[in-house]
Design a protein around this ligand. Structure first.
Ligand code: SF4
Ligand code: SF4
Ligand code: SF4
Length: 275
C-alpha cells in the first residue's frame, strides 16, 4: 500500500499536465502542445518518483530534462524567446502562444498550486547555478531584493520601446535578445554566486520572474509543513536551506516563505522526520 501511495502525487501531477496538454491541443488545434506539456509532465512525474525513491540526483534529472528542452529545443532551435521579454512580446502582440502559455502555466497561475516548483526543478538558469560550490549560503541574506523590480521594469520597457518605435522584424530581435539575455543571466548569476558565496543569489536579488512567482507562491497549495510534535528545534532545516526559509513556522507569512523552491533539502535532512 505504501508503495502505491508514493506514486499518487507524481500521477496527479502527470494528470494535471496531460489535462493542459490535451486542452491546448484541441482548443488551439496544434499537436505541439500535446507533445510539449506531455513531455514536461512526464519528466516532472519521473523526477518525483525518483525523489520518492530517495534518489540523490532526482531534482537534477528534472532540471536537465525540462531546462535543457526549453533552453535548447524551444529557445535555440525553435527560436522562441522563453524569457520574460518573450512573455511581454507575445502579450503585446495579443498572441496566446509559447512564452505567454509557458508563463501562465509555470510562473503566474501554476505557482498557486505548486509554488516555486519551477525554480527548483525546471529553470535552466538555476540548473547551472546549482552546480556552483555554495549550495548552502555562506553569508546572511542581503536586503537587495528590490533589484528584481528594476530588472522586471527594464524588461518591460525594452519590449515596449521596440513596439513604440515601430522597429521592424521584432521577432528576430527577440531571438537575439533571448541569447543575449541568457548569457547575461548566466554571467550575472555565476558572478553573484561567488561574490555572495551563495549559488542562488541571482534568484534572491536579480531575477525579474520572481515578481510573478513570489505573490502567487504565497498562496501555494503544495508547501512544506512542520509537525510541531516531532520537531526538536535543532535548526538543521534552516542550515541546509538554499533560500533561507524558516520552514518550522507553518504560517504563510513565515520568513522567506515565498522563496521556497521545494528542493526538499530540509525534508531530507530533518533528523526527526518532522517535515
Ligand atoms: S528565481 Fe529566476 S533564475 Fe532563479 S530559479 Fe526562479 S526563475 Fe530561475
Ligand atoms: S530539522 Fe526537523 S527537527 Fe530540526 S528544527 Fe527542522 S523541523 Fe525541527
Ligand atoms: S530546503 Fe526546504 S524550505 Fe528551503 S527551499 Fe528547500 S524545500 Fe523550501
Amino acid at each position: 500500500m505504501k508503495k502505491i501511495k508514493q506514486y499518487v502525487f507524481p500521477a496527479l501531477i502527470l494528470i494535471v499536465f496531460e489535462a493542459v496538454a490535451v486542452t491546448l491541443w484541441l482548443t488551439k488545434d496544434n499537436i505541439f502542445y500535446l507533445f510539449n506539456f506531455s513531455y514536461i509532465g512526464i519528466s516532472i512525474a519521473f523526477g518525483l518518483v525518483l525523489l520518492q525513491r530517495k534518489y540523490r540526483y532526482a531534482r537534477r534529472v528534472v532540471q536537465l530534462l525540462v531546462g535543457t528542452y526549453m533552453l535548447v529545443y524551444l529557445g535555440l532551435i525553435c527560436g522562441e524567446n522563453m524569457q520574460i521579454e518573450g512573455f511581454w512580446y507575445y502579450l503585446f502582440t495579443g498572441v496566446f502562444e509559447a512564452a505567454t502559455i509557458h508563463y501562465a502555466v509555470a510562473k503566474i497561475f501554476g505557482p498557486l498550486i505548486f509554488g516555486r516548483g519551477w525554480c527548483g526543478y525546471a529553470c535552466w538558469t538555476a540548473a547551472v547555478l546549482d552546480f556552483l560550490p555554495y549550495r548552502v549560503p555562506q553569508n546572511p541574506r542581503k536586503k537587495l531584493g528590490w533589484i528584481r523590480y528594476v530588472t522586471f521594469t527594464l524588461s518591460l520597457i525594452f519590449v515596449a520601446a521596440l513596439f513604440l518605435a515601430h522597429v521592424g522584424n521584432i521577432e528576430r530581435i527577440m531571438f537575439f535578445a533571448f541569447i543575449a539575455g541568457n548569457a547575461a543571466y548566466y554571467a550575472a548569476g555565476i558572478a553573484l554566486a561567488f561574490a555572495f558565496r551563495d549559488n542562488r543569489a541571482f534568484c534572491k536579488y536579480i531575477c525579474p520572474v520572481t515578481v510573478f512567482l513570489k505573490p502567487a507562491s504565497y498562496f501555494s497549495v503544495i508547501r512544506i509543513k512542520c509537525d510541531k510534535n516531532r520537531c526538536v528545534g535543532c535548526g538543521r532545516c534552516r542550515k541546509v536551506c538554499p533560500m533561507d526559509v524558516d520552514v518550522t513556522d507553518n504560517s504563510r507569512s513565515r520568513k522567506n516563505g515565498t522563496e521556497c523552491i521545494l528542493c526538499m533539502e530540509c525534508v531530507k535532512n530533518c533528523p526527526k522526520d518532522a517535515l
